[in-house]
Design a protein around this ligand. Structure first.
Ligand SMILES: NC(=O)c1ccc[n+]([C@@H]2O[C@H](COP(=O)([O-])OP(=O)(O)OC[C@H]3O[C@@H](n4cnc5c(N)ncnc54)[C@H](OP(=O)(O)O)[C@@H]3O)[C@@H](O)[C@H]2O)c1
Length: 359
């Protein structure tokens, strides 16, 4: 397989650090540029991270002495020295949009974890097992941006990765409505218990903007390509409530689903167990062997026990049972910084490489 040189924009953040650890030994991708804000620029990666490395494994040896570049001022230098970049920055929406478009216009594809471009109809928002065909809109986007190679592809919000994968194999059973309550980890806010002690022994019933993203983004993921852009799905109806809970990593969702007709529980479980997609067919390096795992034990999945299933790239489901107001209810769990952020970004990049979009 061809080797690709990659950059990480936002390399010092929670998601950027995850990218660094995931890419340390990647078979196709070699990190050749690390970038962040002007606060970190000019320091070595190790110096820039002093006192704020949040991963359980050490800073990758090969990256420690790399000089962190300024994502904005050094843009042309970075774009000219890599095949594409991963981007996860904490910046206001308009600035993030401008930053990502500027990289794309420099012919440097951007695999983004940020929300700024998620609503744009010619920017694909890909969960590789679910909607790989949405990559087709990249051609329309390239025309709009006036580029040959450059484009932006985005990952969805981490909250939806806990329940959209479980609902997707059921969609053709005519799902009419979905209610999802999410119980989201601190790392989803880029934080740990050390820097956010108020979260110890506490639940905060508000995550700014999260419920809107959780209700709207599934419609794009479940949409279809028409005339070169994505047309959002209009069904099922979704309502959500998103809570921050005292957990380091792993977003859990309590999900309720109704169908036009009643469906036997065993058929739902069979659909989960048999569901696979392009990443499994193409044997992409970061693909889980089995995307959806159903646990028959009544007290699973549990965040601490199950979030790292298949290197944090699988989704765990359990407690499927009838409900008195919806037809069925269940819980599902995904690792928010692995499947929900950096790992999902790496898998998307692998898919786009395999399909030739990053050549
Ligand atoms: N955490 C999750 O689970 C998760 C999941 C999905 C998506 N996301 C999204 O991923 C993005 C990053 O999240 P995070 O949790 O990693 O945030 P974070 O820990 O706060 O890190 C933010 C990063 O952005 C950089 N940055 C800030 N201003 C910049 C600028 N002007 N130019 C270039 N870089 C700049 C920071 O660099 P300095 O260190 O130099 O300040 C740092 O590297 C956000 O858009 C977030 O919504 C996060």
């Amino acid at each position: 397989m061809k080797q690709y040189r990659v950059g990480i924009i936002g390399a010092t953040g929670m998601v950027g650090q995850r990218f660094a650890t995931l890419l340390e030994k990647h078979p196709w991708f070699t990190v050749t540029a690390l970038a962040a804000s002007s606060r970190s620029a000019g320091k070595t990666y190790e110096e820039a991270l002093a006192g704020r490395w949040k991963m359980s494994t050490p800073i990758p040896e090969k990256m420690k002495d790399m000089t962190v570049l300024d994502a904005e001022k050094d843009r042309e230098k970075i774009a000219g020295s890599v095949d594409f970049v991963f981007c996860a920055v904490n910046l206001e929406k308009q600035k993030t949009k401008a930053l990502e478009e500027a990289y794309a216009r420099c012919e440097c594809p951007v695999i983004s974890n940020n929300s700024a471009n998620r609503g744009v109809p010619d920017v694909p928002m890909i969960i590789p097992e679910i909607n790989p065909e949405h990559a087709a809109v990249i051609e329309t986007q390239r025309k709009r941006l006036g580029t040959k190679r450059g484009f932006i592809a985005v990952k969805s919000n981490c909250s939806i990765q806990s329940y959209v994968p479980a609902v997707t194999p059921l969609l053709d059973l005519n799902v009419t409505k979905v209610l999802a309550c999410t119980y989201q980890a601190l790392s989803g806010a880029g934080k740990t218990f050390k820097v956010w002690p108020e979260m110890v022994d506490n639940v905060i019933p508000y995550i700014g903007g999260e419920e809107g993203k959780s209700e709207n983004e599934p419609m794009k993921v479940w949409g279809h390509v028409e005339n070169g852009v994505i047309v959002n799905a209009t069904k099922p109806d979704i309502t959500t409530q998103c809570l921050r809970v005292p957990v380091s990593d792993g977003h859990m969702a309590a999900v309720f689903v109704s169908f036009e007709k009643k469906i036997p529980l065993e058929e739902i479980i069979a659909r989960w167990e048999n569901f696979s997609g392009e990443p499994q067919r193409l044997r992409l390096p970061s693909a889980p062997r089995q995307f959806l795992h159903y646990f028959r034990e009544e007290d699973r999945p549990q965040t601490r026990l199950d979030r790292n299933l298949e290197n944090g790239m699988a989704v765990s489901i359990g407690r499927l049972r009838p409900d008195s107001q919806y037809d069925v209810k269940f819980v599902s769990l995904s690792h928010n910084t692995l499947r929900g952020a950096a790992g999902g970004g790496v898998l998307m990049a692998e898919l786009l490489c395999a399909k030739g979009y990053l050549d």
